[in-house]
Write a protein of this length. Sequence first.
Length: 140
Amino acid sequence: MLQRLHDRGVLDLLRGGLGSSDKVLSIVVDAAKTPEAINATRNLLILSKVMFALEPALLEDVVTAVPNSLAQAREQKPLSLWQMLKKMCSQDMRRALSAMLGILESFGKSLGSASAPELERIQSEIAEIGCVVALDRRDQ
């Protein structure tokens, strides 16, 4: 096995990597300090929380449903509007849409609450500008 690794150059690659480990480590550390890498690490931790919270059976159902649905979509001609409306009236579709709407509603709330201070700041600036314009008009 070692002979095969040597023949393919893997051992030479490992020897070179070990010889320049300080340089490789400094490059990795510099890359890890970037804002993008920090955000990616945070996002990975958040996504891992989501993955740990999901029941395996539910995730398995989603994993099998996606390729099956895509394969059906490729094989069939697109549904008519009436066919889509009929599908949307099924209990399973309404249940899935309710779940998606709940997710989107939570996302929308987080967007609204995150931008509320910014919105208040802009509104106060507009109000100040409006007061200044009104005072200027009154003085004329």
